[in-house]
Write a protein that binds this ligand. Structure first.
Ligand code: SAM
Length: 482
């Protein structure tokens, strides 16, 4: 039997079934242990250090106790603490992005995904470089600056060379004042050599969802194709880091397996990355399985209530305070609105999950990966965020300034966010308002920016930000950043 070892590079040792089961047992035994719960909440709460705050996060065992606890007052405390941590380290900024589907050709047999090889009635499509360019223009015309590219796994149709070519095309398009400044990549687990090529192509985060950490279920849910190899998939982030990518994004597809098992596995994965590479995951995504062509989510009997989903998000935020958290348009406006106050720091807007979807007049459904719940335009999402006290940020400065991996983490920990990320968010929001927003959104946005500028502590930084904002309004100069 494999022994738990977070420093091991073997999947079964750092995601250890025995340790997960022990943790679940421990959490169940202690879910009403109020003194323990209070001490865990106290440990996780931000502590003032110098000019800023620091948090130490939680171990997977401690976090599991919080998730198991169903005492209403304690859950309220968790929600408050999650929001407090989010506000202290990320402020009220919400980073915006959109997915771009390149190809839905896939040789895998994932039973929850409409791209699975045996699905013969989904329209198969792969974008040509001309089509990539047109999709990018459509995304730039909405105001997007950050994309997550998505593709099925198919060595013949979507080899790494194709993905690299698409990245090059995406970065090369400059329509009017538009530009895609960060391309994150969500493609199947691959080799160190290919990760190195992605790094050289200038990608931001490499994202790969584990889907489920439960090996037996994983093997059943991925019955055929290269993705069937649990160890290869689970060890992918170590290869990505070996290939030089130091921003990696984790996630599980909630609904496939028992949420507690996934939650503990996810945190163990984060601990493993920290133990081996000295830096935890840059982001964690929390997708829930959705209806799609040939896929009925009700056949998976581990569906999550919205209440439990919110608790999971809050507990992840408390356990890994410096990791960005992403929510997609799989979720409704209502759920998205609630979890923005529980630790989420990035959301997608106006997403189309079909290949070539952004250049189609109507939202196409024939090649969609999943049903999109939140179907609002980017302008509507941006306005809604601002009306709810958030600052939509189109900033991509960190990775372009080399602040990735542990350098990003130390910015986060140093309390310099208000002197760096905050002005960057306001400047990129100004770009959005000037170039793409409706009059109503513009009005709300400029009022918000005026107020938010006052929060920049360093006078010099505030002055520079104000001048840059004036420049963006009065000229075509763009892309200012700290
Ligand atoms: N093919 C790549 C892979 O296997 O990792 C990457 C991307 S796939 C296009 C992106 C993600 O969509 C998957 O990792 C999976 O978690 C999610 N997904 C698949 N089917 C889904 C469904 N029915 N509902 C919600 N999310 C789904």
């Amino acid at each position: 039997m494999a022994i738990y070892n977070p420093k091991s590079l073997k999947a079964e040792e750092f995601i250890n079934d025995g340790e997960i089961l022990e943790t679940i047992k421990y959490a169940e035994e202690n879910k009403n242990n109020i003194p323990l719960i209070d001490s865990i909440l106290e440990k996780a709460s931000p502590k003032k250090v110098g000019d800023g705050y620091q948090c130490q996060g939680l171990t997977h065992r401690e976090a599991a106790v919080l998730l198991a606890c169903d005492i209403p007052e304690k859950i309220e405390e968790m929600f408050k603490l999650a929001n407090d941590i989010k506000q202290k380290f990320y402020g009220n900024r919400i980073v915006m992005f959109a997915p771009l589907y390149l190809s839905n050709y896939c040789v895998n047999g994932c039973v929850y995904c409409p791209y699975h090889l045996k699905n013969k009635h989904i329209a198969r499509k792969k974008l040509t470089q001309e089509e990539v360019k047109n999709e990018v223009i459509a995304l730039q015309d909405m105001g997007h600056k950050r994309l997550a590219i998505e593709a099925g796994e198919d060595p013949k149709n979507n080899p790494i060379e194709y993905i690299l070519e698409c990245i090059k095309t995406i970065y090369s398009v400059n329509h009017k004042n538009g530009a895609i400044r960060r391309v994150n990549v969500n493609i199947a687990a691959t080799t160190v050599e290919n990760y190195r090529k992605l790094k050289e192509a200038g990608i931001g985060t490499y994202i790969l969802f584990q889907e489920t950490y439960h090996k037996k279920s994983y093997l059943e849910l991925h019955p055929t194709g290269p993705k069937h190899d649990y160890d290869y998939h689970t060890e992918a982030m170590d290869r990505a880091m070996e290939g030089g990518i130091d921003d990696v994004g984790l996630g599980v597809l909630f609904g496939l397996e028992m949420y507690m098992y996934e939650f503990v596995g996810l945190l163990m994965h984060a601990e493993h990355l920290e133990a081996v590479h000295g830096v935890g995951p840059h982001t964690i995504s929390v997708p829930r399985v959705k209806k799609a062509d040939d896929i009925d989510p009700d056949v998976f009997d581990n569906g999550l209530s919205d209440e439990m989903f919110k608790k999971i998000i809050a507990c992840i935020r408390i356990a890994v305070p410096y990791t960005g958290m992403i929510i997609s348009t799989r979720e409704s406006e209502k759920v998205r609105g609630e979890v923005l106050n529980m630790g989420i720091s990035q959301i997608s807007g106006a997403s189309r999950t079909s290949v070539g979807g952004y250049t189609e007049e109507e939202r196409p459904h024939d090649s969609e990966q999943f049903d999109v719940s939140d179907q609002r335009t980017l302008d509507e999402v941006v306005r809604w965020l601002m009306e709810n006290g958030h600052i939509p940020s189109f900033c991509t400065a960190c990775y372009r300034e080399g602040r990735t991996g542990d350098r990003f983490m130390s910015l986060c920990k140093s309390g310099q966010i208000l002197n760096c990320c905050h002005p960057n968010a306001l400047m990129t929001l100004t770009e959005y308002l000037e170039d793409y927003a409706s009059d109503e959104t513009k009005k709300i946005g400029y009022k918000l920016i005026e107020e938010e500028l006052k929060k920049i502590p360093k006078e010099k930084v505030r002055e520079i930000a104000e001048n840059n904002i004036a420049d963006i309004k009065n000229s075509n100069r763009r892309d200012f950043r700290f």
